[in-house]
Design a protein around this ligand. Structure first.
Ligand code: V0V
Ligand code: CO
Length: 146
């Protein structure tokens, strides 16, 4: 079951400048940043709200690491802007299978690694009324050491 908006992915040419815009304009700070070579992105997650159980929402700022990546191609064609939305679920495998049965193209046979150790897959935008849609299961929250 899809239970929340996990993040909105925003493509940008210059990650540092875009991070600074969101900090200066709204006061959003970088919660996490990483490079995901498989996806061809350098990204920053800005945490908007949420609790320590992992149920937050984020803005995911994405700068391509190579021109032929999904974000690189999209930026060349469209310029900066909203690239995808991501719904959170406890069961990305099950939800992806259910959605595939409805005739929507799920892009990966098995979920891949996303931000902060999450497991992610994507639905083809042409099957989703023009919206590239991601499904995310967050990494389990580590309990504090005693
Ligand atoms: C492409 N199209 C889009 C789109 N990208 N429509 C809406 N939103 C987007 N973001 C449209 C495009 O305008 C074309 O429409 C058509 O789809 C085919 O696009 P294309 O430019 O020829 O590109 P393709 O087919 O090579 O690739 C498109 C797909 C690709 C969606 C298959 O972008 C993909 O695999 N995306 C999933 C991976 C991804 O986006 N990774 C970056 C985020 P017309 O012109 O034919 O009408 S990584 C991430 O979110 C992480 C790590 C995370 O959350 O943790
Ligand atoms: Co994403």
């Amino acid at each position: 079951m899809l239970t929340r908006i996990d993040h909105i992915g925003i493509a940008c040419f210059d990650l540092d400048a875009t991070v600074e815009f969101y900090r200066a304009t709204y006061g959003f700070e970088v919660h996490h940043s990483e490079v995901n070579e498989e996806q061809g992105v350098r990204e920053a997650m800005l945490r908007i709200n949420g609790t320590s159980d992992g149920g937050a929402s984020y803005l995911q700022l994405l700068e391509p690491t190579r021109e032929d990546s999904a974000v690189g191609k999209w930026l060349a064609k469209n310029g900066e802007g909203v690239h995808h939305i991501a719904f959170g679920t406890a069961d990305v495998d099950g939800d992806a299978a259910d959605i595939r049965e409805k005739g929507v193209r799920v892009l990966y046979d098995e979920p891949r690694t996303g931000s902060m150790g999450s497991r992610i897959t994507f639905l083809h935008p042409k099957d989703c009324h023009g919206v590239l849609t991601e499904l995310v299961t967050s990494a389990p929250v580590e309990s504090p050491e005693h």
